[in-house]
Design a protein around this ligand. Structure first.
Ligand SMILES: [Zn+2]
Ligand SMILES: [Zn+2]
Length: 418
């Protein structure tokens, strides 16, 4: 491929022209975000939301596939010439949170809220689709727009993969993003390798023999064994993983017994593990099972461990990230990119795509000073101009992932450096 052939056709999306395009559609993008914010839908219930997405995509001349991964939407933007296929994934679901915001666009539905900003992600996805579908003369390759349901329950990505989102044609690379209220609007953050934690969950059930509280010798105390189990697990990470590895194991629930004068016959512990290296979770899982077997023998209880991996570690592909960041720098300027210090210990099911396709994940600054908002909090809101930054950055990143030349606008560049 000779990139020089393409540059002359890219005048429609030189950085300053792209900026002007985004400025022109920003008011509509904000209106879409507010409408979706006011009408939040939970995981796999995103029917109104997907219909808005699909009908907007049809307006841009695309042929979206509805009900993909149950309530998701997929649309292909054909560049018209040979080249790679790049995926762009945004998530669409809301959370079961009762809003406390007083904004005019606050949630109309009791107990449901876009408290993670996926409403903003949808507006970004639609803005990107509108720009890419409208590039005169097309572009080399194609872009698969992936509007995913059910991120919060970590089910939507797998549902879309099961429906074949990564096939026909296969993706060469995929771009994902999430807003961050801790980063100032106008900036785009990234992590060089591990972006978000892997999450595992486990249930430990302890069975003993109940009986009179005055006769513990004739019983097997499940409550006491469960307490030993909780204590043993508290120090496990520090003793099983090298000190430089980050992981956190939390037992969030311990339930046992019924009344004060009966030895508990049953106890149940529920916990979660977050890890930043793919090798860490199997090490901890094996150790928890070993401790359970040992404690069962020591206490004469029966201890069963049910373990499941909820989401893998989300790791950027170094080559894909490098390309994507070059595109972001081209679109919004390198000064507006920040390397983040710490990966989030939260999990994100974009990791299932990143396990299968070279991926880049961006953190879109959506924060307002003073930083008063946090994800999943009842007062969550964003600085809406960040939607514009995100559209620009995403188009730049996708452009670079397609392998297109990044033509700089010398006049704008010179003006900016004066
Ligand atoms: Zn969330
Ligand atoms: Zn989220």
């Amino acid at each position: 491929m000779q990139s020089s052939n393409y540059t002359s056709e890219l005048t429609g999306i030189e950085p300053h022209a792209l900026h002007a395009r985004v400025e022109a559609l920003l008011a509509e993008a904000i209106a879409i975000r507010r409408d979706i914010h006011a009408h939040p839908e939970l995981a796999f219930e995103e029917t109104r939301t997907s219909e808005i997405v699909a009908s907007r995509l049809e307006k841009f001349g695309l042929a979206p596939r509805r009900n993909f991964g149950r309530t998701g939407v997929v649309a292909m933007i054909e560049g018209g010439r040979s080249g790679p296929c790049v995926g762009f994934r945004v998530d669409m679901d809301a959370l079961p949170v009762q809003t406390t915001t007083t904004a005019a666009y606050r949630s109309r539905y009791d107990g449901k809220m876009h408290a993670c900003g996926h409403d903003m992600h949808i507006a970004i996805g639609l803005g990107v689709a509108e720009i890419l579908a409208g590039i005169e003369g097309g572009f080399p390759g194609r872009v698969k727009m992936i509007f995913q349901p059910a991120e919060e329950t970590v089910e939507g990505a797998l549902a879309m993969i099961a429906d074949g989102v990564l096939e026909d044609p296969k993706l060469h690379a995929i771009l994902g993003l999430h807003n961050s209220p801790d980063i100032e609007a106008g900036l785009v953050g990234y992590l060089p390798r591990t972006a978000m934690a892997g999450a595992d969950v486990f249930d430990i059930s302890v069975t003993g023999v109940g009986g009179h509280a005055s006769q513990p010798d004739r019983c097997i105390d499940a409550l006491s064994a469960a307490c030993d189990m909780a204590t043993a697990l508290r120090g496990l990470v520090a003793r099983e993983l090298p000190p430089a590895k980050t992981a956190v194991l939390t037992i969030g629930s311990l339930a046992a017994g019924t009344v004060r004068n009966v030895v508990a016959a049953h106890a149940e512990l529920k916990g979660t593990l977050r890890t930043l290296d793919p090798e860490s979770a199997p090490v901890i899982e094996a150790a928890v099972r070993r401790v359970a077997a040992g404690l069962a023998a020591a206490t004469r209880t029966k201890i069963e461990v049910a373990w499941s991996r909820v989401a893998p570690v989300l790791a950027n592909d170094p080559a894909a990230l490098k390309k994507a960041l070059a595109g972001v720098a081209w679109a919004i300027g390198a000064d507006n990119i920040v390397e983040l210090e710490k990966p989030s210990m939260g999990a994100e099911d974009f990791a299932f795509f990143a396990e299968r396709v070279p991926a880049a994940h961006l953190r879109i600054g959506s924060g307002r000073r003073p930083f008063a908002h946090a994800l999943h909090r009842a007062n969550f809101d964003i600085e809406e101009r960040s939607i514009g930054t995100a559209i620009q950055a995403s188009v730049g990143a996708i452009w670079a992932l397609l392998g297109c030349a990044l033509k700089h606008n010398r006049e704008a560049e010179n003006a900016a450096t004066k």
